[in-house]
Structures are given as structure tokens and as C-alpha cells.
Design a binder for this molecule. Structure first.
Ligand code: FAD
Ligand code: FES
Length: 265
């Protein structure tokens, strides 16, 4: 695991509340799996005191070398407001990669990905990993949902990987006016995929898991919880497990990616 102060390579605004920040932490992070996260702290600042968790959005590659990671974030509070003010050359403290990421079973060819809002953050890295495993993108579909059109992120990135995109918004400002789970369920009913991956708000995940159970499709979900340490020490991120042997699971160590059947949502 890597922990160090790393340089900000860029920090670009991509929407009213969304930014992509490039962090120069190649060493130690090159083997990260999609779905793993970092704990980030603003260098030289007392407030906010605690590190904050952010998914790895993408590895920054230069030919065969990993030179850093990109994080996609939404400004919601103290840390992310300050993060948005950083400039190239500033430093942040990064610890990672942490947790368990998405697993890609051998032999899968038909893959559905469901993303709700900022939940898309770890899913682009997953899409790159599917390509690296030489899974034909024409067999993969991404269901991209947001409250409004400015919450629909990364459509072009997925499209450039050759994946079919199904955009939806709650207010109909872009794509179909419905929840992202509607076209997902219709597509699963028509021809079920071999696996569904999802990340988004709890209500959406619950619905995705319901669809996966109904059509008996394996499903992995990335879930969020408030985190203080990110390494299993504070027990602040516990969620209820479904197995009696594992009554509580920790999002930071056992997740954030879980088999849908393993956690109580
Ligand atoms: C494993 C993991 C990966 C994450 N990846 C990303 C990512 O890639 N991009 C991104 O923008 N965010 C991500 N998050 C959420 C991110 O950690 C929080 O948005 C961040 O900690 C907010 O910090 P803040 O100081 O700006 O806001 P705070 O002042 O701490 O909080 C502001 C508001 O956001 C709410 N909030 C804070 N954290 C969470 C959370 N984890 N879940 C739900 N609500 C929360 C608070 O309740 C409060 O209402 C991830 C969280 C987890 C657990
Ligand atoms: S965040 Fe501390 S135990 Fe998970």
C-alpha cells in the first residue's frame, strides 16, 4: 500500500459541481483494481482532519508506465470544496489502493454496468479493465443515470471504448425520462447479461439487486459509507452482512465492492 504526498497534475472542472483531478502517484498504485479507492487528505491543513475516500476513476498511463491516477469528484462539503481550489503543483496526501474492487470472472462476454450520478466514478476504470481483458465492448452496455443532464458523466469516455450507452435523467433533460433501472430491467428481460456491475445511491442499488435476483444474474455492487480510517481500524463503516457467519462487514476492507447477495441494503 502506498502513502505519500503527491503532486496535483491537473484539476479540471467538468460540470457545475464536478471535477477531475490528476494525481502523480504512479509508484505503488499501478496494480490497483477497478473499484478500489484512496483515502485523501489535504496537505498542510488541519481542517478537515479526517481523510476522505475517493474511487480510482482511471489510471494515468504513459506508454507502459502508470504515472498516477485520476479521481472524479463531486463538490459536497468541506474537503471537496477545498479540493476544487487546488492547482497543478499543489500537494495532497494519498493512501491506497484500498479495499476490494470489482472481480471480472473469466469467460464473461455480455456485461451490463449501471451508474447513478457520481457512482460512475469507479465504473470507467472497470470499463478499461474489461477492455484489457479483451472483452468485446459490443457485448457491454452502460446504463447511465442522473437527476439532470449535468449529472450524466463520462458518456463520451464509455462511447470511445465502444460501449452502447443508455442515458436517463429524472427530469428528462437528457436521455430517457426515468430511473436508470428502467432500461436496465428492460434489457435484462430481453437478453440477460452474464454479470451486472453497479454503483450509485442506495435506492438505485437496491433496485439493481432486485433485478439481478429476479433474473438470476450475478451482480456486484460498490457501496458507500462514511469512513474515518479506510483500513479497518475505526469500525465506522460497518454494514449488515446477509451471511449469519459474517453478521457485519466493513465497507473499507470487505468492500467497497460486494457480491449483491452478501450485503443487506
Ligand atoms: C469507497 C468510497 C468511494 C467514494 N468515491 C467517491 C468518488 O470517486 N467521487 C466522489 O465525489 N465521492 C466519492 N465518495 C464520497 C466521498 O467520500 C464524499 O463525498 C466525501 O467524503 C465528502 O467529503 P466533504 O468533506 O467534501 O463533505 P462532508 O462535509 O464530509 O459531507 C458533506 C455532505 O455529503 C454527505 N456525505 C459525505 N460522505 C458521504 C458518503 N460517503 N456517502 C454519502 N454521503 C456522504 C454528508 O452526509 C454531508 O451531507 C466515495 C465514498 C466512499 C465510501
Ligand atoms: S473506515 Fe474505519 S473501519 Fe472502515
Amino acid at each position: 500500500m502506498f502513502q505519500d504526498k503527491v503532486q496535483v497534475l491537473w484539476n479540471r472542472k467538468i460540470g457545475p459541481l464536478y471535477y477531475k483531478i490528476g494525481l502523480g502517484c504512479g509508484r505503488g498504485i499501478a496494480d490497483a483494481d477497478p473499484g478500489q479507492f484512496i483515502m485523501l487528505r489535504l496537505s498542510g491543513r488541519i481542517v478537515p482532519f479526517l481523510r476522505r475516500p475517493f474511487s480510482i476513476h482511471r489510471l494515468i498511463r504513459n506508454e507502459d508506465r502508470t504515472e498516477g491516477i485520476e479521481v472524479l469528484y463531486r463538490v459536497v462539503g468541506e474537503c471537496t470544496q477545498k479540493l476544487a481550489l487546488l492547482r497543478p503543483g499543489d500537494f495532497v496526501d494519498v493512501m491506497g489502493p484500498l479495499g476490494k474492487g470489482f472481480r471480472i470472472p473469466d469467460g464473461v462476454r455480455r456485461v451490463f454496468i449501471a451508474a447513478g450520478g457520481i457512482g460512475v466514478a469507479p465504473l470507467l476504470f472497470l470499463a478499461f479493465s474489461l477492455r484489457k481483458k479483451q472483452i468485446d465492448p459490443s457485448g457491454c452496455r452502460i446504463f447511465l443515470g442522473g437527476k439532470t443532464k449535468t449529472d450524466l458523466l463520462c458518456g463520451e469516455d464509455f462511447r470511445s471504448l465502444g460501449m452502447a450507452i443508455h442515458p436517463t435523467t429524472d427530469d428528462g433533460s437528457s436521455g430517457e425520462m426515468c430511473f436508470v433501472t428502467h432500461p436496465l430491467e428492460a434489457a435484462v428481460r430481453k437478453e440477460p447479461p452474464e454479470i451486472i456491475y453497479a454503483c450509485g445511491p442506495p435506492g438505485m442499488l437496491k433496485c439493481v439487486v432486485g433485478i439481478a435476483e429476479k433474473f438470476k444474474v450475478p451482480c456486484q455492487i460498490s457501496i458507500e459509507s462514511r469512513m474515518a480510517c479506510g483500513i479497518g481500524a475505526c469500525l465506522g463503516c460497518a454494514v449488515k452482512g446477509k451471511e449469519l457467519t459474517e453478521k457485519y462487514l466493513h465497507v473499507c476492507m470487505d468492500g467497497p465492492v460486494f457480491d449483491a447477495a452478501a450485503v443487506e441494503l
